[in-house]
Design a protein around this ligand. Structure first.
Ligand code: NAP
Ligand code: MG
Length: 499
């Protein structure tokens, strides 16, 4: 974000924004077939930003039909990879040109600080699209080691019509993690953004079209999960669903696939990440800062949030003091203020859910060590203090269930084996972190922890080159890296007999 952007200029820009609020199908904006809309509300002040098309099964069908037509006539998949690359690079460039606008859409729509949407979300979206664009004319297929009288080619083909159903915590980034590899590999897409945050995906589809992505290749159908999401999941002509969201809804998609056309499903679901700090951590200040931001970043609305702090008994008090010191300095408030570090919770339902868990933690006997209250309610927005529980047992609800808010559960352990046992004692397996200066302890823990990402002496590190996804009920399939392309392609064997 340019340093020149002040609160005043951002507010002025926000006032001038015009919101695209229709569905984007077959290269143009359309209303829902039945004309219905839903209110898109800003969690900053409860204001209605736009009335957005409430797409239903008929609209999903229209979008899938357009996507299918585009796939079958080859207008996208039959372009040379270098040509898809050129268009996707142009798409990334247009997002960059509209970066402040898109960052404002994210912040207004779901309440994250503008410094994050402008410095983290949108740059990561641009990088993601560029990376897959650059990759697609550099990946090769395979030739099998057959006897000399045969040639067997193992090639990857696009699946066809990919449905992407995404959450609200990083609205455009979660969509980009699917859109970039799926489009790069030649598929057509129908994207269903979360009802809480549809605006950036709709605008991005328009920019993709402007960049030269042909009509019908990238469609966006805003609407509700039970209607638009379910219709996509059950559609007989959708080849694949790439889902990011809760484990509960992820399981619905498995059912939808089983009860319809056995479409491929990949699931990026929730987590309850253990952040394990051993007494020989190399730098307790660094560990405390990472532990605090590991749970308070993005208001705690992060799938891999370090929501369980597992700390070796002798250092617990000093670590909690350091975490509290970091937390107390966090600036919470108006997400449009470039100085704000923690913004608003996405909506009133999520706010109540978080407060409910805090109450539950108290009732179950955990000690509230910091925060715990709703604040700034006079603004009309939904803000929760950074909250830390001490004396948590791993079988308590606040240690087992994904809260998706700024609530840390502190659990102590006596030795590394106990830390690993507690760390793995969860239905989830998205990520884990270990802090120790002992390389043997670190590597033993990294091997034993059942998680898709393990961080050693850092937290939430990684970039577009590394796969991201879960073990256990955190789902299956990976976003990011070349591995993501596996989700959007089928393997074909062509065996040729040589005379
Ligand atoms: P969610 O409630 O599961 O919703 C995710 C998406 O599914 C939304 O687009 C939602 O639509 C749709 N949906 C809801 N009910 C549906 C149904 N019955 N049928 C079909 N679709 C349905 O999750 P969320 O609250 O938006 O996001 C938070 C969750 O996402 C957390 O569990 C978090 O851990 C997870 N997440 C995971 C990752 C990862 O990479 N592993 C990344 C980010 C977030 P509506 O919103 O319109 O209802
Ligand atoms: Mg919203």
């Amino acid at each position: 974000m340019s340093a020149a952007l002040s609160l005043e200029s951002l507010k002025a820009q926000a006032e001038r924004l015009s919101f695209r609020s229709q569905a984007f199908i077959d290269g143009r904006f359309v209303d829902a077939a039945d004309g219905r809309t839903f209110e898109c509300i800003s969690p900053i002040d409860g204001r209605v930003l736009a009335k957005v098309a409430a797409c239903d099964a008929a609209d999903v069908d229209r979008a899938v039909t357009a996507a299918r037509r585009a796939f079958e006539d080859g207008r996208w998949r039959n372009k040379a990879p270098g040509e898809r690359k050129r268009i996707l690079l142009r798409f990334a460039e247009l997002i960059e040109q509209h970066a402040t606008e898109l960052a404002l859409l994210e912040t207004l729509d779901m309440g994250k600080p503008i410094r994050d949407s402008a410095n983290i979300d949108i740059p990561a979206v641009i990088k993601c699209i560029r990376w897959y664009a650059e990759a697609i004319d550099k990946v090769y297929d395979e030739i099998a080691p057959t006897p000399p009288d045969a040639l067997a080619m193992i090639t990857r083909e696009p699946l066809g019509v990919v449905g992407a159903v995404v959450p609200w915590n990083f609205p455009l980034l979660m969509a980009a993690w699917k859109i970039a590899p799926a489009l790069a590999t030649g598929n057509s897409m129908v994207v269903k953004p979360a009802e809480q945050s549809p605006l950036s995906a709709i605008r991005a589809a328009e920019l993709a079209s402007e960049a030269g992505v042909p009509d019908g290749v990238l469609n966006v159908v805003p609407g509700f999960g039970e209607t638009a999401g379910q219709a996509l999941g059950r559609h007989m002509d959708v080849d694949c669903i790439a889902f990011t969201g809760s484990a509960e809804v992820g399981k619905y998609f498995l059912r939808y696939a089983g009860e319809s056309n056995m479409k491929r499903v990949s699931l990026e679901c929730g987590g309850k990440t253990p952040n394990i700090v051993m007494a020989d951590a190399p730098d307790l200040d660094a560990a405390a800062t990472a532990a605090a931001w590991g749970i308070f970043f993005n208001q705690g609305e992060v799938c891999n949030a370090g929501s369980r702090l597992l700390v070796e008994e002798p250092i617990k008090d000093v670590l909690l003091e350091k975490i509290a010191a970091v937390a107390k300095k966090i600036r919470i408030g108006d997400p449009l203020d470039p100085a704000t570090q923690m913004g608003a919770i996405v909506d009133d339902t999520q706010l109540e859910r978080i407060l409910g868990y805090i109450e539950e933690g108290r009732k179950e006997g955990a000690r509230l060590a910091l925060g715990g209250r709703r604040i700034l309610s006079e603004t009309g927005g939904y803000y929760v203090e950074p909250t830390v529980f001490d004396n948590v047992a791993n079988d308590m609800k606040i240690a087992q269930e994904e809260i998706f808010g700024p609530v840390l559960a502190t659990i102590t352990f006596k030795d590394p084996d106990e830390a690993i046992r507690i760390g793995n004692d969860t239905i989830f397996g998205l990520a884990a972190a270990v802090w120790t200066r002992d390389i043997n302890k670190a590597l033993r823990a990294a091997r034993a922890l059942r998680a898709g990402s393990v961080w050693i002496n850092c937290f939430d590190a990684g970039d577009i080159t590394t796969p991201f996804g879960g073990f256990k009920q955190s789902g299956f399939g990976r976003d990011k890296s070349l591995h993501a392309m596996e989700k959007y392609t089928e393997i074909k064997t062509t065996w040729i007999q040589i005379d």
